[in-house]
Design a protein. Structure first.
Length: 345
């Protein structure tokens, strides 16, 4: 890709990805990481400078978007404002020269499938945001595509409706068994709907796996921080023996399984999830001091100063911890199995 002011720009580099039939795979990452560019290349809206794109074994790298057998759900819905809901959904079928009877039957079926039976004669501006999103989805699946593509489809909806719609999209995708590639920057959304997630960073896939694998076994500090919340600690390896590694973190000692830990004296990065840390009042020397606490009903979130840095801690038993307030001296307990060695970056 060329920019007249900055020269060549590499938006996506060496992405090698295979999506299984019937799978919902999410491209997850921050703005500018290449996820939407990757989706647009799959769709045919942008041509790659190298490599190939295959759909069901067919090379479509240079095939126009309207001949790739894909359905696309846009971020802004892209509905035709002058057409009725029926007209919007029927548009792709009319372009394929289906008969009027077949179009009518297919549109009625898909509107019922997305919960919009009886809405055919309304205009888009007469519908809520969630209903417009259902129309966009109906229009994408009515053509019976081989691949369904989503580009940040829920970003314009409020928080409660996003949760509801992501569940509907997932249920519908599983029911129809359409191979799907879904783009989002929302980690919770990605974890809720995906069979697998490809976390993208700077135009590359940083890690690919299930939500559970990415959360429990992140390959890097970047992935750990993007999938859920994470505390990143720099430590010095003090000892590795008998399957246990002893780490020094600013004078505090932590232990973890020795698998993959380098020799004593090495500097390493480790990740600890907030919910893995236990707090208790301490009558001894200040192991840690609570800086802030936020009560959220079913949990309390703490910021705790430990070993010269702030740890985020989540406690899911508020009744037992609500007397631990800012300024409280606490002890910090981190199970060895909760500490993960990660690559930096």
């Amino acid at each position: 890709m060329q920019d007249r002011n900055r020269g060549e720009i590499v938006a996506v580099r060496n992405v090698d990805l295979e999506v299984e039939p019937g799978e919902l795979l999410t491209l997850l990452g921050p703005s500018g990481c290449g996820k939407t560019t990757t989706l647009r290349m799959i769709a045919g809206f942008q041509e790659p400078s190298g490599g190939r794109i295959l759909i069901a074994g067919r090379d479509v790298t240079h095939v126009p978007a309207n001949r790739r057998d894909i359905g696309f759900v846009f971020q802004n819905y892209a509905l035709f404002p002058h057409l009725t809901i029926y007209g919007n959904v029927a548009y792709g079928l009319e372009a394929r020269q289906w008969s009027s009877a077949d179009i009518s039957r297919a549109v009625d079926e898909v509107l019922e499938l997305v919960g919009l039976a009886g809405f055919g004669q309304r205009l888009p501006n007469e519908l809520s945001g969630g209903q417009q999103q259902r129309v966009a989805l109906a229009r994408a699946i009515v053509i019976r595509p081989r691949v369904l593509l989503f580009d940040e489809p829920l970003s314009n909806l409020d928080a409660k409706l996003r949760v509801s719609m992501r569940g509907e999209i997932r249920q519908l995708q599983q029911r129809l068994q359409i191979t799907t590639v879904y783009v989002t920057h929302d980690q919770e959304e990605a974890m809720a709907i995906s069979d697998r997630i490809a976390v993208m960073e700077a135009g590359r896939i940083a890690q690919l796996g299930t939500a559970q694998a990415l959360y429990r076994r992140p390959a890097s500090a970047f992935v750990a921080g993007f999938i859920g919340r994470a505390n990143l600690l720099r430590a010095t390896v003090r000892r590795v023996a008998d399957g246990v590694a002893t780490l020094d973190v600013q004078g505090e000692t932590l232990t973890m399984p020795a698998d993959g830990v380098p020799a004593a004296g090495s500097i390493v990065s480790v990740v600890v999830r907030p919910e893995s840390i236990a707090l208790a009042r301490s009558n001894t020397a200040a192991a840690a001091v609570v800086q802030s606490c936020t009560w959220l009903g079913d949990k309390i979130e703490y910021d705790v100063m430990f070993a010269g840095q702030t740890l985020n801690v989540v406690c899911f038993d508020p009744a037992e911890h609500e007397t631990i307030l800012p300024g409280t001296v606490v002890s910090v307990a981190i199970p060895p199995t909760a500490i993960r060695l990660v690559a930096e970056g």
